[in-house]
Design a binder for this molecule. Structure first.
Ligand code: FS2
Ligand code: SF4
Length: 538
């Protein structure tokens, strides 16, 4: 196996025996073969579209498959085998894309042995490609994985967009051809551009389905009734579960990236949505243990569950783990969560892990509603600087940097955040400035679009470009959705982003040089040094 897609990749280069995340070599190989077939499927469908045909469901299928290959989503080899066969079936139903199709268009997954051999071939083929070109291909594919994930969330809410699904296919198909480095850089930046559109689509989908987020204080205490813990990012799953648990005597708690759900009117209206339990995904093993009740994992990040609570874990959507119960959707898209509800009724209430109240829901609409207050606070000097500290949390011990950085920020600075990175500092009690929370949590990493809208609105209010604003970027990454968010920021022309806690293993020295020279991307150093650079005059 070879996998280098996330921040904790072995030795900063690639996992070759078993993933640090727990992904085994068989699953890694199956994921590679699935991506390979998606590339062939893309070539065929794009050719069919060009000829006035094409299958509009291909883009939806590809988005869902890409999502499943994201870090910490699906560890179940059987699910990937099914997807591989389905991909080949859909591809083979399309007409050939000419007389000289690439192997990905014609190879068939005849047996498990053939799939395993293809997986080895795919890994070996990487060695034949120039390091910078391979790095750009990886960057593009990982950005597309993030796009597939965000798009899938919008799509399950009924929001589809052909421009996005066509680009998913164009990007995948491009990695089968001999493009120059310049052509690949253009595609990578276009991935960021389409990434902004994807995030905007998801923003519209969430708001249409669940209402405009409101700035909301969320309890982290435990109640006295049995509960179900919901983690991941899928708000629709949470909404359906809330409807199905109403009046059953079972409470519902959010975990990790589900925290912002408390800000949506259509979700917060349920009294039995009690609060947020535990912290971010790296701490789930202890937290799930202590929750006592069933846990619904709707998307990343799943850590391979311990035997002590494995029977209480339920996966749904793109998530999977061999031996863990999965709640699928019926043909009309509905999910029946009654097995979890019945399971919860036999469980003890959660142990208390409270760590004070948390504030969330600072998405673009509620923040722009107080734009005058924010602009006046900047003009009066009460707020000197904004630090965008969005992104991911992770297991790497060096991530305590983000807690120390937040603590060391001067009292006249405001943190803008989205994603699970916030758990490193959202319970520090950093207070408010003139009523504005010093940690403005726009929501999930899925809500990163809000940060773009807020930055653009500030730029407009002050009549400057986004790079002239008193805003610094200290982004924490872990997985491929963060790759897409980073590409989206670059496509908007945002410069001087600090990226940590470690730079991506898939970025070659040559491509890193391009990122540094053209975009001013830097790695983190020490809190003191980075603070001096990001908060000048501090
Ligand atoms: Fe956090 Fe994990 Fe949100 Fe990422 S829950 S690192 O995959 O999607 O951010
Ligand atoms: Fe390694 Fe990350 Fe890939 Fe898991 S997802 S195998 S930890 S690089």
């Amino acid at each position: 196996m070879f996998c280098n897609q996330c921040e904790e990749t072995a030795k900063g280069l690639g996992c070759t025996v078993r993933g640090v995340c727990g992904k085994d070599a068989e699953t890694a190989g199956l994921q590679d073969v699935l991506i390979y077939l998606l590339k062939g499927l893309s070539v065929r469908n794009l050719a069919a579209i060009k000829n006035g045909g094409g299958d509009p469901e291909v883009g939806e299928f590809i988005a869902g498959c890409l999502f499943a290959t994201l870090t910490n989503v699906n560890f179940d080899p059987a699910r990937f085998e099914d997807k591989i066969r389905e991909a080949a079936r859909i591809r083979d139903a399309l007409p050939p894309a000419g007389s000289a199709e690439p192997d990905a268009c014609t190879w068939t997954p005849e047996s498990q042995a053939a799939i395993a051999a293809k997986a080895e071939e795919i890994v070996a083929a990487r060695e034949m490609v120039d390091a910078d070109l391979q790095s750009l291909r990886d960057l593009l594919v990982f950005g597309l994985k993030g796009m597939g994930a965000y798009y899938h969330h919008a799509s399950v809410l009924g929001y589809r967009d052909e421009e996005i699904t066509t680009f998913l296919q164009e990007g995948l198909a491009a990695t089968l051809h001999d493009h120059t480095a310049d052509e690949m850089v253009t595609l990578v930046l276009k991935c960021g551009e389409i990434g902004v559109k994807t995030l905007a689509l998801l923003d519209r989908a969430n708001t249409a389905a669940f209402g405009t987020p409101e700035i909301t204080t969320v309890s982290t205490g435990a109640g006295t009734r049995p509960g179900i813990l919901v983690t991941g990012h899928d708000l629709k799953d949470l909404a359906d579960l809330l409807a199905q648990t109403a009046g059953t005597g079972v409470d519902v708690y959010t975990h990790g990236e589900m925290l912002p759900a408390h800000a949506y009117p259509e979700l917060k209206k349920y009294d039995h949505l009690v609060g947020n339990y535990g912290g971010s995904w790296p701490f789930q093993r202890e937290e799930f243990e202590r929750f006592n009740g069933p846990v619904l994992v709707t998307t990343n990040c799943l850590v391979p569950p311990k035997d002590t609570y494995r029977d209480r874990v339920y996966t749904t959507g793109p998530v999977g783990f061999a031996g863990v119960k999965h709640i699928g959707a019926s043909s009309d898209g509905k999910k029946d969560f009654s097995p979890l509800i019945e399971h919860a009724k036999c469980c003890e209430p959660p142990q208390d892990l409270s760590r004070g109240d948390l504030v969330t829901g600072c998405a673009h609409a509620p923040v722009l509603a107080i734009a005058d207050t924010v602009v006046n606070a900047v003009k009066s000097g009460a707020v000197k600087r904004f630090i965008v500290m969005a992104g991911c949390d992770g297991r790497y011990s060096g991530r305590d940097y983000y807690t120390r950085f937040a603590e060391a920020l001067p009292a006249d600075t405001i943190i803008l955040t989205a994603g699970c990175a916030k758990y490193r500092y959202n319970s520090l009690g950093l207070g408010t400035i003139g009523g504005i929370p010093r940690v403005l949590d726009a929501g999930q990493c899925n809500d990163s679009y809000s940060l773009v809208v807020i930055a653009q609105a500030l730029a407009k209010a002050f009549g400057v470009g986004v790079n002239e604003l008193p805003v610094s970027y200290n982004i924490a990454w872990y997985e491929q959705k963060a790759v897409l968010v980073l590409l989206s920021l670059l496509s908007l022309g945002i410069k001087d982003i600090t990226l940590g806690p470690r730079l991506p293993g898939f970025v070659s020295p040559g491509i890193l040089k391009v990122l540094v020279e053209n975009f001013g991307i830097k790695g983190i150093t020490t809190v003191e040094e980075d603070l001096a650079r990001m908060v000048p005059g501090n």
